[in-house]
Design a protein around this ligand. Sequence first.
Ligand code: ZN
Ligand code: ZN
Length: 357
Amino acid sequence: MSERSSIFPPETFRSRLDRVADLVESRGLDGALITPGPDLEYLLDSRIATHERFAGLVVTPGRRVMVVPAVDAADMRSSVAGAIGVDVVGWSDGEDPYALVPAGDVAVSASTTADHLTLLMDRGLRPVNATTVLRDVFMRKEEAEIGELRRAAHAIDEVHRRVPAILRAGVTENEVAAELEALILAEHRSVDFIIVGSGPHGADPHHDHSDRVIRDGDVVVVDIGGTLDTGYHSDCTRTYVVGEPDDRQREMYAVLQAAQQRGLDVARPGVTAQEVDRAVRQVIDEAGYGEYVIHRTGHGIGLSGHEEPFIIEGNDLVLEESMAFSVEPGLYVPGSWGARIEDIICLLYTSPSPRDR
Ligand code: ZN
Ligand code: ZN
């Protein structure tokens, strides 16, 4: 089933599963249901795809069982699940795949689709968002995970290093994206996304790329990410100029740099996620450009490209050591141009801020 060998020993997965079981108990839940997706990859090193057929890891206070279509059971038993003593139960067409999922309050992973969830709810399952439970496990990255995120950062930096040679007046965003795709694939297992936002397209943070021809004087937002062979994601934005920026662009970019630096300074264990968002916005507001801010400051990253902690107003989650997330403020001038700077950071140790020393 899994064509790669894990970078982690089986004990890593056993201890992650132990922590999920502890959380189920400490929160008074009847169980947790983790269906195929990043959470299952994190807990069992499994990227199983069963399409519309039900598959899921069921954790209850007394048992850990992986329910899969019968055709997938042998592969699952010879994977991490088998190695750490998870019961693998296969079901055949005509059998009840849900028999081992408990009723009551069950933490359900976000990858669970409505077809299965509605049937489970008919049987008395009351879903609790598993992300709010599991985030306590996956937000704090283990040492090997931090190593993978560091590897991802180097990989995407390597791609950005080549961008200045690709970006020139006369080429289209699509042509730039095609070159970036090859460069990302040279460093990653797959491409997650490619944003080449030139001129007015830079003002749309969700623009991908188009047949627009890049002109002299264009500011170009390049946001790219990929997935490593180990499943960990990269994500990095740089803003380039073809030719020379005007004075206002220079000034606004300097504010953006100062805002991002403020975010990097404030982001420390003990500070809440929303405090980082506020600190970044404050720098931009005080410079008079607050109206050009249209999205949150950042997001966590790991086996999924976007996960907790979300660096956003309203998130009072206290940041802890070993959490990894982006700090990516942007300024967007509608119809004209945009700029964003994005780096992934990991809170590696507790230290006083430079101002306290
Ligand atoms: Zn990004
Ligand atoms: Zn991002």
